[in-house]
Design a protein around this ligand. Structure first.
Ligand SMILES: [Zn+2]
Length: 282
C-alpha cells in the first residue's frame, strides 16, 4: 500500500519500494492543495477540460514551489491513448530540438527531467532501472493497455539503454479499480488474448459486461517482460472510490480535473543547460 505524504501545499502518494532508491524522486499527486474550484478542485493540472487557464498555471507554480523544482523541469507529453514511447536525451550542441511529439510514455537517463503523466482514472506506471539509473513513465488507460504500452516501455528501456528486466522496479499508481470499472465487449475483445486476462477480467452482472482490473493488466505486462513479481508495487487506491483524494473521469461523467504524477532522477546538472532531444522509441 502506498503512503500519503505532504510537501508544501501538495498531498501525494509514494511507493515504498521506490523510496529506498535515493537517486529517484517520485510523486503520485492527489487533487489536494491547488486553487481550482468546483469540479476541478483543487490541484487540476490541465486547462483543456473547462478549468480557467490562470488557475491551472497557478497550480503548476504551487507544484513547483512545493517540490522545490523549477517549472521547466516538468516534462509533459501530449497524451493521446497511443502506444508511443518517447526517448529523451540531451540534444547534441548546435542541433535544434524537434519539439514535443504526442506520446503516452517516456524514458530517460537525464537527471532533473521530471517525467509527468496526467491522469483521472487511467493508470500511471513508473519504472526505475536501479542499476543503469534509467526511468520510465507510462499513461495507460484501457486503450494504451490494450496496445501493451507498459510492455513496450520495458522493450524500449532494454533496447535503448541496455536495461535488464531483473533490475527494473515498477510502481503502479492510483487509478480506477476493479471495484468500479465495468467495461463492454469492445474492451474485453481488445484484451482477452493478453497474458493474465483470465485474472484481470471477470464477468460482471449483465451479459456482455466485464469487470476490468486495469492495474493488474499492467502488472501482467511487466511480468510478461521479465520483471520480478516482488519488484512491482500497486497503490491499492481507486480513484473513483476516493473523491476526497482523486479526480475521476468516470465518477464525474467527464467533468473533472487531472492530477499529475511525476518521477525524476536527481542530479546536479542544471536544467537551463539541457536542450532535450526527443525521439520515438521502437
Ligand atoms: Zn473503486
Amino acid at each position: 500500500m502506498f503512503q500519503i505524504v505532504r510537501s508544501g501545499e501538495v498531498s501525494f502518494l509514494q511507493a515504498p519500494k521506490l523510496l529506498e532508491f535515493k537517486f529517484v524522486t517520485h510523486a503520485f499527486c492527489s487533487r489536494r492543495g491547488g486553487v481550482s474550484q468546483g469540479a476541478f478542485a483543487s490541484l487540476n493540472m490541465t486547462a483543456g477540460h473547462g478549468d480557467a487557464k490562470e488557475r491551472v498555471r497557478k497550480n503548476w507554480r504551487i507544484l513547483s514551489r512545493s517540490f522545490d523544482m523549477p517549472e521547466r523541469s516538468f516534462f509533459v507529453m501530449n497524451q493521446v491513448h497511443s502506444d508511443e514511447v518517447l526517448v529523451i536525451r540531451e540534444n547534441p550542441p548546435g542541433q535544434q530540438s524537434g519539439g514535443i511529439p504526442a506520446g503516452d510514455a517516456c524514458v530517460t537517463q537525464l537527471p532533473e527531467v521530471a517525467l509527468c503523466i496526467k491522469t483521472a482514472d487511467c493508470v500511471p506506471v513508473f519504472l526505475v532501472d536501479v542499476h543503469q539509473r534509467v526511468i520510465g513513465a507510462v499513461h495507460a488507460g484501457w486503450g494504451g493497455t490494450a496496445l501493451q504500452i507498459t510492455a513496450r516501455v520495458v522493450d524500449v528501456m532494454v533496447r535503448e539503454f541496455q536495461c535488464r528486466p531483473a533490475d527494473i522496479r515498477a510502481a503502479i499508481g492510483p487509478s480506477i479499480g476493479p471495484c468500479c470499472y465495468e467495461v463492454d465487449s469492445r474492451v474485453y475483445l481488445a484484451m482477452r488474448d493478453h497474458h493474465g486476462a483470465e485474472h484481470f477480467f471477470s464477468p460482471a452482472g449483465a451479459p456482455g459486461k466485464w469487470t476490468l482490473d486495469l492495474p493488474l493488466a499492467n502488472r501482467y505486462q511487466l511480468l510478461g517482460r521479465g520483471l520480478a513479481n516482488d519488484n512491482i508495487e500497486l497503490s491499492g487506491f481507486c480513484t473513483v472510490c476516493r473523491p476526497d483524494l482523486f479526480f475521476s473521469h468516470r465518477r464525474d461523467a467527464g467533468k473533472t480535473g487531472r492530477h499529475v504524477n511525476f518521477i525524476l532522477l536527481k542530479g546536479k546538472k542544471s536544467q537551463d543547460k539541457i536542450l532535450l532531444d526527443i525521439t520515438k522509441g521502437l
